[in-house]
Design a protein around this ligand. Structure first.
Ligand code: SF4
Ligand code: SF4
Length: 185
């Protein structure tokens, strides 16, 4: 049996309370510049539901969708953007020439220009932590445990079981990017 992993995150956005602990943990873990314009992950507000006085707010945490078919990798002229054997899309900062083709190609607006690394940057599933058997910082930090991280190639993993047990969707499926962030509906 192959030991190759296929990493994914399953999110239950209904649990999100918009505390933004994930975005702060991510910034600290990954040398993301301070300020509101540099981020690897973010929390969007959904339209209000219901009517006054009973109005419900909802939130949609998001980040690089770790596409199985990533257009950012396909357009990168220097191969700075690449995909690992276990399906994680990474950026080699030394090879990045800041042409920004990848930013234009990404349907999820998941990339930003980092003044700290002088290259394009985005979520890496905290790849440096995975080698140590640790989870991504956002997964570990989130108080209500919105995100579950794991290996889709392991049928016993929590992510595999969640996808069997729950109806789920991906963002912008019409783009054909085959994201590995799954949202429970
Ligand atoms: Fe690339 Fe954007 Fe897909 Fe991430 S979400 S793998 S940056 S196309
Ligand atoms: Fe590749 Fe960097 Fe150009 Fe993006 S900006 S396409 S990572 S060289």
């Amino acid at each position: 049996m192959s030991n190759k992993k296929r990493y994914a995150i399953v999110l239950d956005a209904s649990k999100c309370i918009d505390c933004k602990a994930c975005t702060i943990a991510c910034k600290m873990e990954n040398n993301v510049p301070k300020g509101p314009y540099a981020y690897r992950i973010w929390v969007a507000e959904k339209p209000f539901r219901g009517s006054f006085p009973v109005i419900k707010r909802g939130f949609l945490p998001s980040q690089c969708q770790q596409c199985s078919n990533p257009p950012c990798v396909q357009v990168c002229p220097t191969r700075a953007s690449y995909q690992t054997e276990d399906g994680v899309v990474l950026i080699d900062y030394d090879k990045c020439i800041l042409c920004k083709y990848c930013m234009t190609a990404c349907p999820y607006d998941a990339r930003y220009e980092s003044e700290n690394v002088h290259a394009i940057d985005k979520c890496t599933f905290c790849y440096h932590r995975l080698a140590e058997g640790r989870e991504p910082a956002c997964v570990e930090t989130c108080p209500p445990k919105v995100r579950v991280f794991g290996d889709l190639n392991d049928p016993e993993s929590e992510v595999s079981k969640l996808l069997v047990e729950h109806e789920h969707t991906v963002l912008k499926p019409e783009k054909g990017t085959k994201p590995k962030l799954y949202y429970i509906v």
